[in-house]
Design a protein around this ligand. Structure first.
Ligand code: ASP
Length: 302
């Protein structure tokens, strides 16, 4: 049994952008699923899915098309974790085309769990100019944000993936430009194990939304602990979102268990997500907040 679930962020997704999001989700989900179907690892599958979304110029806030900070610089955060306990992450990296691959380098080749800023940029094998990560879409979004004199940075369209491979291993990965208009040096929940990204032996989680709230609620770890303690998956997912909502914040998350059960939940206006198992698949920009289950034994795609 193999399965993959991915997200392309929770927040406001304009109606005009929905088709690009759904097409991008399908491409990324299928890139990850092909890896699993060919006997590849969960780690390789989430890397395939997330790099596909990082490279997508028409949708998503990660890699190329990542949201710039208030100075117009794209500062990316990314993390990957395997259920073997290994993890790697980078934050405030500005010269990597695919921050998730850099996070995986940290996982595989460094003695550390998280490397930030100049130290992370120095690890990029083929550094690019930061302006290469800007797109007409993100330049326009920054101009609109500045014109409206927004003081609060705005989130949405972070990407993430969780996969289960034939050997029963789980992997989770999250990659983001972070909040549009964030302060330089600000780091969100995505690269923090236990907040925005987590893989244990029983569950993988990737989050999106107002990162500060996910950090303060230690969202992914809270969900995994409740699930371990015997709470039903949809209840654990709902409680995780309630803790974010209690801070006046919103977002969403995807979960995949080692038994092949998928949960997608959000309390933002919209959430882009997709999943595929051996039996079924879906890719949507959903606008009905709540928690949905899919995958094995749920009657949906099982
Ligand atoms: N969670 C991300 C962050 O706070 C943003 C997002 O998911 O939209 O950096």
């Amino acid at each position: 049994m193999v399965a993959i679930v991915i997200h392309g962020g929770a927040g406001r997704i304009d109606a005009a952008d929905k088709a690009a999001y759904v097409a991008g989700l399908e491409r990324a989900r299928d890139a990850g699923f092909e890896v699993l179907a060919g006997g590849g690892t969960a780690v390789a599958a989430v890397l395939a899915a997330v790099t596909t979304m990082e490279d997508d110029e028409q949708a998503f806030n990660a890699g190329t098309g990542g949201s710039p900070n208030r100075d117009g610089v794209v500062q990316c955060d990314a993390a990957i974790m395997s259920s073997d306990g290994s993890s790697g992450a980078v934050a405030a990296v500005t010269r990597a085309r695919n921050p998730i691959l850099l996070a995986d380098e940290v996982r595989l080749r460094s003695p550390h769990a998280l490397i930030v800023g100049a130290g992370a940029d120095a690890l990029v094998a083929e550094p690019i100019g930061n302006a290469e990560l800007l797109t007409p879409r993100t330049r326009a979004a920054l101009a609109r944000w500045r014109e409206a004199q927004h003081e609060r940075p705005e989130g949405s369209a972070t990407v993430g993936a969780v996969a289960l491979d034939e050997a029963g291993m789980l992997a989770a990965a999250t990659s983001t430009g972070g909040l549009l208009g964030k302060w330089p040096g600000r780091v969100g929940d995505a690269p923090l194990v236990g907040a925005g990204t987590l893989a244990t032996r029983r569950v993988g989680v990737s989050c999106t939304g107002d990162g500060e709230a996910f950090i303060r609620a230690v969202t992914a770890k809270g969900l995994a602990d409740r699930f371990d303690a015997g709470m039903e998956l949809s209840a654990a997912t709902r409680l995780a979102l309630d803790e974010v909502a209690a801070q006046g914040a919103n977002g969403g998350l995807i979960v995949l268990t080692a038994d092949g059960v998928i949960a997608c939940g959000f309390n933002a206006r919209d959430m882009a997500y997709a999943w595929r198992t051996g039996e079924g698949a879906e890719a949507v920009v959903a606008s009905e907040p709540g928690v949905r289950l899919a995958g094995v034994a749920t009657g949906v795609g099982s």
